[in-house]
Write a protein that binds this ligand. Sequence first.
Ligand code: NAD
Length: 481
Amino acid sequence: MRHQLFIDGRWQDPVEPGRIPVFDPYRGTVYHEVSAGGPADVDKAVAAAKAAFPAWRDAGGRGRARYLAAIAARLTERAEELARLSSRNNGKPLGEARIDMADVAASFAYYAEQAIALQERQDADVALPDDGFHARLRQEPAGVASLIVPWNFPLVTTSWKVAPALAAGCTVVLKPSEITPVVELELGAIAEDVGLPAGVLNIITGTGERVGAPMTTHPDVAKISFTGSNAVGARVMAAGAPGVKSVSLELGGKSPIVVFANADFDEAVDCVLGGIFFNAGQMCSATSRLLVERSIAPKLIDAIIAGSRALNPGDPLDEGTTIGPITMKAQHDKVLSYIERGKAEGLTLLAGGGKPAAAGDGWFVEPTIFGDVPTTSALWREEIFGPVLCIRTFESEEEAIALANDCDFGLVATVVSGDDVQANRVANAIEAGHVWINSPQAIFVQTSWGGFKASGIGRELGPWGMSSYLEVKHVTSRLKR
Ligand code: NAD
């Protein structure tokens, strides 16, 4: 396991010596240390990225695509090993980590194609109403991009930024979460393996204060893309403001899942369970508010309770484990504090509410379900980021839509219905950046990702993901005759 910083194509120790511990959440113990970078390392990395930028930009989309495709191939070759590294550091079941790694490789493969497509339309003629003029639209990379990511899906959130940024022609300084740096550092090793030019991708581990903050204020950084909490996202936006930097934000959620009585029952149960207990609920896209049509509520709730009890907590690296611990102690304590608050508010605890009996010494929380949760409760309104589901019933489609939209966030939603017309009508009415119909959160790199309202600014994935790293230029010529 690596511990150094990856700057200018070389593994290096930080300028100011320092290490940060890496935890195994299943055992609650430290098993590794990585370098604690600081502002001087950010300066070095930004300088390397700035120096590498002109040649990377001028390599053209086709030139860059070769590297992206090679990275995708290497990620695929190393997928099982990377899944194991991620599973241990995150505590996510190995099967879930394997899904993550497939997604990571797919992102690089997709943006290799997008880089070629960009070259093909780098300069596009613009139709003008005056034939004495010619105009072309040209798209150019923004420059050095600071990319800052959280701990819940390491390498996934990273690939959703690094791949489009490199495809667009930006050079990158990446800051992984200090909680889950192990698998992220392997991206530096893969960059080395495929011969990515020095300085095109730099990776600095360390804390938000000492690495993330200087990455957002550095005068040579043109673009900031941040995924994480709303509190830090607001600070990032403010930090970028004096330099008028382009800022993209992927923030939190408190997303609804709406189940109608006409839904396929088993499909509804799968969608509800997958939407809140995958990755132990540590998902920005967790559908943590279940809205169920009253006539089927008792039957559905019974099935969900049974499904939650059937989850198998254990060592994330055991193939039979279906729910792991919470990735970090502070988050574990925060989830438990919400559960205690729910009990203190007198909410109806239907399942869970503590630590699973069979689990190890790690930071486990039982899959927990509260029923009849008032819309005024903190558990209904705030992002908990753990395996805690809150339920309400509704009687009409209008009521379901109103309840779904009564929320500060707008990241995703799921609609489960046996009527496609109804499902699409409700999907259109919900204020969210991505709505799934009858699907437990299928994600395709071709579709966009990002939120309405407090869930963020901008979109990742698809062509939109690359656009956010591109500047638009028009060149208008008066024609000489
Ligand atoms: P966080 O905001 O605490 O940290 C995110 C990253 O920001 C980390 O790398 C951290 O070190 C860094 N950071 C901290 N302070 C900083 C500062 N002052 N300047 C710059 N960087 C700083 O979030 P987290 O706890 O790691 O992740 C959980 C949050 O991420 C949840 O709210 C979740 O909803 C959100 N999230 C959103 C998406 C999405 O796509 N919308 C995806 C995953 C996670």
